[in-house]
Design a binder for this molecule. Structure first.
Ligand SMILES: *Cc1c(COP(=O)(O)O)cnc(C)c1O
Length: 362
């Protein structure tokens, strides 16, 4: 079967070099070989996330840790900040975990602003909140710095932040932000295959988790901390993913993190320019548009050109590239194109040539 290159916002394209790293011989997860592997990566992960805390590796997709964070940190009531398919779903998941939860819903395509959260937290009803930094379904980035600054006013509220589609593409300094959990799955901006999540928890989060019953075992933060101190994971991890992550981290640091962030900014701007050139607009408010994908307004709101998104997707796929036809309730009235991972100005230029050709055939 001919290879179709992924430009959907996750999973993204995985390089041959990464696949090679996945295929190294298996080792025992309690042996020195594994401890050396994780131990070598730990300082790289800490630099990447801007933290002195230990960074944990979870063999799960992001949702495992997203659900786990609620089970570890919500004792009283959680405020779910909602602005798209993933952040809205976190509210459902909280309820499915038997947690008291309240929705702070803003329209899809709008960011969550600090004053909205402040007004809710001021009621004193909440001990935790969930926030998605980069809502992938709508291509909207909320202002994390402004929101995290609220932590000073509400030190006892656990700030749980999903950076699934932004971690590694934009700077995220966990300790400087002062938040309590930061997590990502590896199939988005890390450009690894799905099946691994990376996360970090604050000392306050670990202390709080230790007081909560029913946090289970597989995602118990206390277990993660205890094992990470020994360069291990609580249960048998997906060792191939961890080999691949090690290879990827070496690539990140060879490129340089600042250069990596600049590359994502550049490739994202190329896609935004393509959107404007064809008479489309962005679905989110442009100031809050994602740096890792474009969510193109294809009729979801007025003011944009409208095309047959399914037909465009097919014409692009016929040329060997997969773009996304929109997610959830904005499927078809938006479409999405990712610049996450290994994409460069050259590969995005090649993508744009394919998109232009498809537009001419519509
Ligand atoms: C993809 C995505 C998720 C879900 O990740 P899974 O790996 O499917 O668990 C959660 N949050 C955001 C922002 C995402 O983009």
């Amino acid at each position: 079967m001919a290879h179709v290159k992924l430009h959907i916002p996750g999973p993204v394209e995985v390089s041959p070099k990464t696949f090679e790293a996945l295929c190294r011989p298996m080792i025992g997860h309690r042996g020195q070989g594994f401890k050396d592997l994780y131990g070598k990566m730990q300082p790289q992960l800490q630099t990447l996330l801007g933290t002195k805390q230990l960074v944990y590796l979870s063999t799960s997709s992001a949702w495992g840790v997203m659900e786990g964070a609620l089970r570890n940190l919500t004792g009283k009531r959680v405020l779910n900040c909602m602005k798209g398919a993933f952040s809205d779903k976190w509210f459902d998941v909280a309820q499915k975990c038997g947690k008291q939860a309240e929705a702070l819903q803003v329209p899809w395509g709008s960011p969550i602003r600090a004053e909205q959260i402040d007004a809710k937290l001021a009621t004193g009803q909440f001990d935790s909140l969930t926030l998605i930094h980069n809502e992938t379904s709508t291509g909207t980035m909320s202002p994390l710095g402004e929101i995290a600054a609220l932590k000073a006013k509400y030190p006892d509220v656990m700030f749980i932040v999903d950076a699934v589609s932004s971690m590694t593409a934009v700077p995220l300094g966990f300790d400087a932000l002062g938040i309590d959990v930061l997590l990502a799955g590896t199939q988005k901006a890390f450009a690894l295959p799905p099946g691994l999540a990376v996360f970090v928890a604050s000392p306050a989060a670990l202390a709080k988790a230790a007081t909560l019953k029913d946090r289970g075992y597989y995602f118990d933060f206390v277990e993660f901390e205890k094992n990470a101190k020994e360069n291990m994971t609580p249960s048998t991890p997906s060792i191939p993913h961890i080999y691949a992550l090690g290879s990827k981290l070496d690539e990140f640091f060879a490129e340089g993190l600042e250069a990596r962030y600049a590359r994502h900014a550049r490739t994202n701007q190329m896609l935004r320019d393509w959107v404007a050139k064809h008479g489309f607009t962005l679905f989110p408010e442009p100031e809050f548009s994602s740096k890792t994908l474009v969510c193109v307004n294809n009729g979801a709101r007025p003011g944009s050109r409208v095309v047959d998104a399914a037909k465009l997707q097919k014409l692009v796929k016929d040329q060997g590239i997969l773009i996304d036809g929109g997610y959830g309730k904005i499927k078809g009235t938006t479409f999405r194109i990712s610049n996450m991972g290994d994409e460069t100005p050259e590969t995005i230029a090649a993508l744009i040539a394919v998109l232009d050709k498809a537009m001419a055939q519509l």
